[in-house]
Write a protein that binds this ligand. Sequence first.
Ligand SMILES: N[C@@H](CCC(=O)N[C@@H](CSC=O)C(=O)NCC(=O)O)C(=O)O
Length: 282
Amino acid sequence: MTNLTLVSRNRSFGGWQFVYRHYSAVLNCEMNFGVYLPPQAEKQPCPTLYWLSGLTCTEQNFINKAGSQQFAAEYGLIVVAPDTSPRGCNIPGEDDSWDLGTGAGFYLNATQMPWAKHYRMYDYVVSELPEVISANFSVVPGVQGIFGHSMGGYGAIAIALKNPGMFKSVSAFAPIVNPCQVPWGQKAFQNYLGDNQSDWLAYDPIHLVKSAQERLPILIDQGDADQFLGEQLQPDVFAQACAEVNYPISLRKQAGYDHSYYFIASFMGDHFAHHAAALTKG
Ligand SMILES: N[C@@H](CCC(=O)N[C@@H](CSC=O)C(=O)NCC(=O)O)C(=O)O
């Protein structure tokens, strides 16, 4: 185990839920991540599924609330859940609001001061973390999926669209799929990327899907009682953009569900089935 410090480990569904800490050279700080190893990992390499959490989360929200371990054990998937931002970097204003700075890294590479030295969650998720995982755990090389919630659902979709061939499956719960037009996205992009809105398009799923290089089917679950649906999420706008370019998307509206992990846990099994169909076939 190179360069990883064990924070916690708990037996779960015949496997182990671990939390590790490591120094991230990309983010210039210490980072935690959760990694669940299913029982199958004791005998053979397993595919990997990356989870990206939403605003205000650490690695703990997902591993404690989503109920993922039972499905990871059923399908034999390693599940990796990073933190959502650098922490404790002494950046002015990093803790001033819950939707910018700490807990709100937005899975992009910031170009603006004072964020640019640390806020590079895109490179962390796309490059550094997968290298750490493959160096320390027995993964099937190149067989990985990605999913997430809200800010993390946006991150999963944007990262999959920007990296054709890297993932075999993608899905999201209540993703922020129209970030250039909604307050959460505009605040993050303006602060991290600057005032030039053409620079924002590099992370905009609506823009990215129009030039997508592959047709990886996207599963999205969205609660119709989600308090953020109209103002911050706008999945119908993304579905329309997908329809215009014949991009395969399954947008499921779930009656009565809100934005919480009660919603996420309710459909976690469906998302694992979606990913396992692509990651464990053959
Ligand atoms: N503090 C906010 C609500 C913050 C919130 O709902 N965060 C979501 C993600 S929102 C989009 O990225 C979340 O996952 N929270 C963690 C949890 O365990 O529920 C407010 O007061 O409105």
